[in-house]
Design a protein around this ligand. Sequence first.
Ligand code: ARG
Length: 402
Amino acid sequence: MSDKIHREKVVLAYSGGLDTSVAIKWLQDKYDLDVIAIGVNVGQSHNKDDIVARALRNGAFKSDFVDRRKEFVEEYIWPALKANAMYQDAYPLSTAIARPLIVKTLVEFAQANGAKYIAHGCTAKGNDQVRFDVGVISLDPSLKIIGPMREWVMTREEEIEYAKQNGIEILVKKENPFSVDENLWGRSCECGVLENAWLEPPEEAWGWTTNPKDATNEAEYLTIDFEKGIPIAINDKRLGSIEIVETLNKIACKHGVGRIDHVEDRLIGIKSRETYECPAATVLLKAHKALEFMTLQKDVLEYKRSIEQKFSEILYNGLWFGVLRESLQSFIDKTQEFVTGSVRVKLFKGNVMVVGRKSLYSLYDEGLATYAKGDGFDHKSAVGFIYCWGLPNKTVATVHKK
Ligand code: ARG
């Protein structure tokens, strides 16, 4: 116990899994550090007491599992939703969006405990290592980063052996062939048979959603109310931010909504095949976009799409804590001033469809759109407009013919 007083400290991003459990011991042995094992609750289904007790039994100097779900939804998920954030038109960035908050929490613990090091269990082949490392140095450049999984050369079997030899208690359940990450915005799954991009993901790869073929035969309709781009109520019931996401996850899972099978480009140059389950995200992104189509004018919509793509790349590539992201977010926030209204969606057997939308700020004018009585459009103006619009083409055609 006495040697603990002068030992340097490291804050470890602790998930409770095999890698980070082994890392507690390994950081002590290899670096002679006291380990503060911190889990961040962003909606994984862990029990706080279990996680903390296990970390302490495995030799952690201190441990905590901090509930950051509210901040996660309000400061990270909502901005991503307002940005319609989607990487490569397929992935709602569910893992990526939690990383900056996890990093922020670790840095806070390091600063509060006088730790000079931060450690994480990311491998050398993924995006998450970039998000952790760049996040940490962006918030506190004095901190040093240790990535045990990038340094040690242990296979999974060797890790289990190391754990046994060192009395590390691990939960090696039935061989889970996949690498999974979960939070309120979605579930990511990779490795195992998924590495063969031609094979259909086996049912075991899906952990949240009902197989659409087994989903209920009854379609379900939901009304989602938005205020300035943020969802605030479901079926006229006002809900807290966490509740909105949890409720939609539950309902959409039941209908098999939100399964994604994708080959994506990692930042480090590798393509990888992953599956995602993003039930609430799929519903909300669709509904939010539908409301934007009704309340934003065409030039804003079009320009915003390019900003959204940049925002998504920044988020994917680990540059959340940066001036460009903050600036783009300000632009996006300004566009959301009148994205207030209601969207009706229909969930049915793996599918979510927008079937209605209304807003006090609707730019859709039935009087202008109608082909029936009460048409308010000035038909005479069309001819003059088309004369001007087509004039450059007419001029070119005339000249080139000569
Ligand atoms: N490819 C995704 C990303 O980089 C998800 C990574 C998830 N990690 C995992 N262990 N399955 O954001």
